[in-house]
Design a binder for this molecule. Sequence first.
Ligand SMILES: C[S@@+](CC[C@H](N)C(=O)[O-])C[C@H]1O[C@@H](n2cnc3c(N)ncnc32)[C@H](O)[C@@H]1O
Length: 271
Amino acid sequence: MAHRLFEEKHHASIYQKYRIIPPDTVLQLILEYLNKKKGPPHELAVDLGCGTGQNTRLLAPHFQKVVGIDVSECQLEQARAVPGFANVTYRSGPAEDLPFPDGSVDLLTAASAAHWFDAERFLKEAARVLKPHGCIALLGYSDEFSLYYGSCGDKLTNIYSEVTKVIKPYASPPVAIANSRLQDLFEAIPFPDKERVTNISLKMEMTVAGLVGFVESFSFCQAYLKEDPQAATALLESMMRRLQDEMGVSSPDTHLEFKTDFYCVLACKPQ
Ligand SMILES: C[S@@+](CC[C@H](N)C(=O)[O-])C[C@H]1O[C@@H](n2cnc3c(N)ncnc32)[C@H](O)[C@@H]1O
């Protein structure tokens, strides 16, 4: 049965606003892999567990057609509301039962989502829908962040670590699969041609409000908010206040930098 932790409207709107867009380095890694293994034409890419479509939209310039798939209607509603991507459509459904004919998909991606899938059923379905030499790319990033702002980066990183330590006990078991950078799922892929790229360490920018919103988007923060709304809200409010105090700024729109490790599991279906 699909995990249903991303169903609420408010959670979906936080996703749209605050989730990290996969960086160009990771997108290029995936496109180069597909070009090397299969080459053109790039007709159809399918982004599984697409959420509000951050990764789905990145694929749009590189394929004739891109389809985002998710079990959550609320997430899809947010994804569909983003204008300007004529070749992107969204469909509701599970990654384990895809609405595509055999041998019809060039690239299957899942961004921060594959750990929620039933591995055996998803991999069987992937092998069915991919064209010969079609590829799988499962990407994600560590929830361990280093923060940078002037000389107070270490203090900001400590605040972030303290907050995530409080909410991590609310994580459901699949989060551990993501934290392992999909080790078991990688091993379960039945294609002999596969690789797992880890530790793509990248520095990016976000605002203080963006960082707090990003933490709020975690499934385990949402679980904490459900279990103890007062304590969870107070934790997020104090995180915002403490970050701003350390930085000596009054605006939550102040930018800071963060560094985290991205990873990508890549695999190519045999002929
Ligand atoms: C952590 S979110 C990632 C969303 C988006 N890809 C991103 O990068 O922000 C995981 C998404 O996977 C979806 N999901 C979970 N299990 C699924 C399944 N079995 N099939 C399809 N989507 C699923 C959830 O509804 C949620 O939108």
